[in-house]
Design a protein around this ligand. Structure first.
Ligand SMILES: [Zn+2]
Length: 259
């Protein structure tokens, strides 16, 4: 009882700091981390049929036309992007239908970099979440939960980032279905985030985590950048996806306001 009260007071104090942080952001004195990679033809993409690299073409030149302008073409799920719940589940919201409230969330960061070294197929298990909660407290409702695997050190090399074996199977870490189920059902998170190509680990064939989270109306942020600069908790994420009508997701700009 006393512990619950203490936790509530602490949470209240953390929450009260948010308006100050937004005010600071407007005055250029906040610490803001950009969790987004720039898009270019070198951005790693999903090695599936019909997927293609980011493409940018100039359509007007400042010297010749008096104006600079370009056009781009890309799969929705390339670079730092958002998976809308309709990506894997019927009847769930498209990217333009996500409520604005879903896009503002306390950021939780699970650092598993030391576990991923030597085990590219690492899966975050329920016991890992329990351990995190013993150290940092219960994951707050409505959190955006990032798995920081350290995979971002490979992002400039598509082949190392996809990490395909001789038979073409990819190897990179991810959330286990049991961990996703716990976060969705027991912690009522707003979304999952990861610094790899997918919240499901590389060898996955049935994309169970996608089904679990999307089936509950939750979104994913994939290929998140700069997770090494976030604390385990206390940062606040602002998620701004492209608003494609009926889209299954798309490029997203994600910011984290540091405590
Ligand atoms: Zn995706």
């Amino acid at each position: 009882m006393r512990w619950t009260l203490l936790t509530s007071v602490l949470l209240l104090v953390t929450d009260l700091a948010l308006p100050d942080r937004l005010e600071q952001a407007a005055k250029n004195s906040a610490k803001i981390v950009d969790l987004t990679y720039p898009l270019s033809s070198r951005t790693p993409h999903w090695p599936g049929p019909n997927y293609s690299p980011f493409r940018y073409d100039k359509i007007a030149d400042l010297e010749e036309d008096g104006v600079f302008s370009g056009k781009f073409c890309m799969p929705e799920h390339l670079g730092t992007h958002l998976d809308a719940p309709n990506h894997f589940e019927k009847g769930q919201p498209a990217v333009h239908q996500l409520s604005l409230e879903q896009l503002f969330a306390p950021a939780v960061v699970l650092d598993v970099t030391d576990r991923v070294r030597g085990n590219a197929d690492f899966l975050l298990r329920l016991e890992d979440l329990r351990r995190w909660e013993r150290a940092h407290g219960t994951i707050v409702p409505g959190a955006l939960v990032f798995l920081y695997t350290g995979w971002g050190t490979r992002v400039s090399d598509s082949a190392r980032y996809q990490n395909r074996d001789a038979s073409g199977v990819m190897h990179f870490p991810g959330f286990s279905p049991e961990a996703a189920r716990f976060l969705v059902n027991e912690r009522n998170i707003k979304g999952l985030g990861i610094d790899t190509l997918s919240v499901d680990y590389g060898p996955s064939k049935n994309f169970q985590v996608h089904h679990i989270a999307h089936g509950a109306g939750k979104y994913h942020i994939e290929n998140a950048a700069n997770l090494d600069r976030l604390p385990p908790k206390g940062a606040f994420a602002i998620v701004a996806p492209i608003k494609i009508e009926g889209g299954s997701g798309g490029p997203v700009r994600v910011f984290a306001l540091l405590p």
